[in-house]
Design a protein around this ligand. Structure first.
Ligand code: HEM
Ligand code: PLO
Length: 467
């Protein structure tokens, strides 16, 4: 019988002792672009060594579906890394925790808690619309001035997550809100640069400024969140969850005691971190692309005027009537995926991929950037063309090479929440405002900077109320 593994060797980058293939990864390009370039030479599956760690890079949608979906269980592990262990108290979260029965029930609990406030209920819509309304009135008050949207959007999405997780919200000038934004920024800055320590954990014995800062930020975060957790425990009524934290406490009660306070705390912290960073980044990319494509903004305004009007706020029930807006959001997530190489996956057992044997413990990086820009699947992949997500009759479609949230057992748990938020924020903003490049300023840079997420560089924008 034919063996299931191929005779052709896997294309691999050369390696040297200790460093592995790191010398070949020195580049001025961000990692997702470097990997895309290497895939052009080596093909959609190639191997390399990050220090001692055997790593596969997947750049084709078929292989990506094998990793995420068809063999999702085989590849559902996560690597242990110094920075993420610090962030999650040794993997007591969802995103950076390795696969285990406890992780599975923890993830299921988070999923069902989200569902309590998400899709099925109106609660999320009310929360987001309230935040969108105060965002819009803040923007109305700075009438036509040139602003940096980043902190303003960040505050708005922070308040959504805050309501969802703790059932509380912040006034724009609350010092605690500033503290949250500061520690979050500190974590984002340092976790992305943890690179070398994550590859060679023994480097921890040397003083490391980034690691020290990460520890400090995590400490501030945990103090703040522990306080909220204690308050919740005092006022919690079993069976009547007010928010995600209550739902988690409820789940903790009925679980056999294996979901600890640490798990609850780390889940809240992660919902906070993921909820804020990803959504605000996607909103900033959306506005940046609208500045580059005024005709797209014009068409969005026309669609909103026709199907929603100006006399009432947009609602989730408007979604089916606003296919162009939906296609713009998809095109933004295609062309600038906030997580261009997802989170590293790990083979949990010996398995195979694309006809090659893969041994347990191998890391797998799925280059979603390459998949979203693959010329075999996308016409003019570098152009911003929302129409590619519409069929001939103008109905919204989802091409198979579009996976901004991943897929399978590790798919984003916040996907429906994120989609709801993006829709309501963008429709509320465009119903009321016109975005333009400030006089004398240049268009925003569209390359972005890749840290833990792919962010646009800071830019300013003129926000004018529509007439
Ligand atoms: C994981 C994308 C918003 C929570 C992920 C992954 C991606 C992603 C690509 C990794 C999948 C993988 O490793 O295979 C996005 C995008 C978002 C978004 C594009 C918004 C535009 C959110 C929000 C939350 C969230 C709002 C929560 C409030 C998580 C969690 C994981 C995750 C907990 C880890 C899942 C796991 O490892 O099992 N997300 N996300 N995300 N996301 Fe999101
Ligand atoms: C963002 C900074 C926070 O302080 C901590 C945090 C938690 C979860 C992370 C998130 C950060 C960045 C974006 C991540 C998210 C989990 C899933 C999400 C990595 C580091 C994505 C896009 O994959």
């Amino acid at each position: 019988p034919r063996s299931s593994t191929a005779d052709v060797p896997l294309p691999s980058l050369p390696r040297v002792p200790v460093l592995g293939s790191l010398l070949h990864l020195r580049s001025s390009l961000p990692l997702h672009l470097l990997f895309t370039q290497l895939a052009g030479e080596c093909g959609p599956l190639f191997g390399l060594h990050v220090g001692p760690h055997r790593t596969l890079v997947v750049s084709g949608v078929g292989l990506a579906r094998d990793v995420l979906l068809h063999k999702g269980r085989d590849f559902a592990g996560r690597p242990k890394m110094v920075t993420t262990e610090l962030l999650s108290r040794g993997g007591k979260d969802i995103a950076f925790a390795d696969y285990s029965p406890l992780w599975k029930s923890h993830r299921r609990l988070v999923h069902s808690s989200f569902a309590l406030f998400g899709e099925g209920s109106n609660k999320l819509q009310t929360i987001v619309l309230e935040a969108a309304e105060s965002l819009c009135s803040e923007l109305q008050s700075c009438r036509g001035q040139c602003v940096d949207l980043s902190p303003i959007l960040m505050r708005a999405v922070t308040n959504v997550v805050c309501r969802l997780v703790f059932n509380s919200s912040y006034h724009p000038h609350d010092p605690e809100l500033q503290q949250v934004m500061d520690y979050n920024d500190g974590i984002v800055q340092t976790i992305a640069r943890g690179g070398l320590v994550d590859t060679f954990p023994w480097l921890q014995i040397f003083p490391n400024k980034d690691l020290a800062k990460l520890r400090e930020c995590v400490c501030i975060r945990d103090k703040l969140l522990s306080k909220k957790l204690e308050e919740h425990k005092l006022t919690f009524t079993p069976g009547e969850p007010r928010d995600l934290l209550d739902a988690l406490l409820n789940g903790q009660r009925v679980s056999a005691g294996d979901i600890t306070d640490d798990h609850v705390l780390m889940t809240a912290a992660e919902a906070f971190g993921a909820g804020v960073e990803t959504t605000s980044t996607t909103l900033l990319w959306t506005v940046a692309f609208l500045l580059h494509h005024p005709q797209v903004q014009k068409r969005l305004h026309a669609e909103l005027d026709e199907h929603v009007g100006r006399d009432r706020p947009p609602a989730l029930s408007d979604r089916p009537n606003l296919p162009f807006l939906e296609s713009v959001l998809c095109e933004v997530m295609r062309i600038r995926p906030v997580s261009p190489i997802l989170i590293p996956h790990v083979a949990m057992q010996d398995t195979s991929l694309g006809g090659h044997a893969v041994s347990k413990g191998t890391r797998v990086l799925v280059n979603m950037w390459a998949i979203h820009h693959d010329p075999k699947h996308w016409d003019e992949p570098d152009l911003f063309l929302p129409e590619r997500f519409l069929d001939a009759t103008g109905k919204k479609i989802t091409p198979p090479s579009f996976l901004p949230f991943g897929a399978g057992p590790r798919v984003c748990v916040g996907e429906s929440l994120a989609r709801i938020e993006l829709f309501l924020f963008v429709s509320s903003l465009l119903q009321q405002f016109h975005f333009s490049v400030p006089p004398g300023a240049s268009l925003p840079d569209l390359q972005g900077r890749y840290g833990v997420v792919l962010q646009p560089l800071r830019y300013s924008v003129t926000v004018s109320p529509r007439h």
